[in-house]
Write a protein that binds this ligand. Structure first.
Ligand code: 13P
Length: 260
């Protein structure tokens, strides 16, 4: 896998024409950019995106969520196998919008995370504190809890098996109460240093140090170079700015140019 990941989260946006055209535009340029591009598409887009991705090398389809079970009476949900059948290689787990709108946490997220691993889907576990947590100086305590409740007891032998995406809710451009800014360099370093250390404690030096740590929340073409220059950050998870080929490609180019 490329050392960097440039991940789009289209959330619940678009239609068939939009998904196809956006994927085609990204595909025609990404072959010249040295990063792995991942498109977290709504399930309704899987068919069109997977068709448009045919022949692409450094680009993959991803689910925004999967159910913890293989199949059954779960109206509205998508299974790991369904996503894989369309060629998905990744899935988000625990995005803050799933946590808030669908009350997902703890055991449910752990089960989804394990389901992804068991089905060879690379989970990108999202975590992040709310504005209230931040104001109450609870950031690291909350993050610690969110990571432990999913990762404790999970056995991973390869740091490429999953990634982590730190998305502070207060930095997500569309979230209620968003501060509309990315964290400062110091805020990012404090969190990522803590997370890296935690991964090493949980999984040992080799695996813990090789798990990719991503950042998401108000990532734009004009702030991504600064974010990606943080030594802990190996990629970005992008909402709004991933909906236009031009801005998402500019982000991918900046990620690919990450200084080592
Ligand atoms: P924005 O990039 O629009 O702030 O969204 C971030 C996000 O939630 C990606 O998962």
């Amino acid at each position: 896998m490329s050392p960097t990941l440039t991940v789009a989260n289209w959330k619940m946006n678009g239609n068939r024409r939009f998904w196809s055209e956006l994927t085609q535009s990204l595909k025609s340029e990404i072959q010249y950019i040295e990063t792995n591009m991942v498109l977290c598409a709504p399930s309704a887009a899987f068919y069109d995106v997977s068709r448009a991705l045919e022949g692409a090398t450094n680009m993959a389809l991803a689910a925004q969520d999967i159910h913890a079970e293989d199949s059954g009476a779960h109206t509205g949900d998508t299974s790991a196998e369904m996503a894989k059948d369309f060629g998905a290689k990744f899935t988000l787990v625990g995005h803050s919008e799933r946590r808030m709108e669908h009350f997902e946490k703890g055991d449910v997220l752990k089960a989804k995370f394990k389901q992804a691993l068991n089905h060879d889907l690379h989970p990108i576990l999202c975590f992040g504190e709310s504005l209230e947590d931040k104001k109450n100086d609870q950031t690291l305590t909350v993050l610690d809890g969110q990571l432990s409740e999913v990762l404790d007891g999970v056995e991973v032998l390869d740091g490429d098996a999953f990634s982590l995406a730190y998305e502070p809710v207060w930095a997500i451009s569309s979230s209620a109460g968003s501060l509309g800014r990315e964290p400062s360099e110091d805020e990012l370093t404090q969190v990522f240093e803590f997370v890296r250390q935690k991964m090493v404690e949980k999984f040992g030096e080799t695996v813990g140090n090789s798990i990719k740590l991503l950042y998401g929340g108000s990532v734009k073409a004009d702030n991504v170079a600064k974010i990606i220059s943080n030594r802990y950050i190996a990629g970005v998870l992008v909402g709004g700015a991933s909906l236009k080929a031009e801005s998402f490609l500019a982000i991918a180019r900046a990620v690919a140019a990450k200084p080592n």
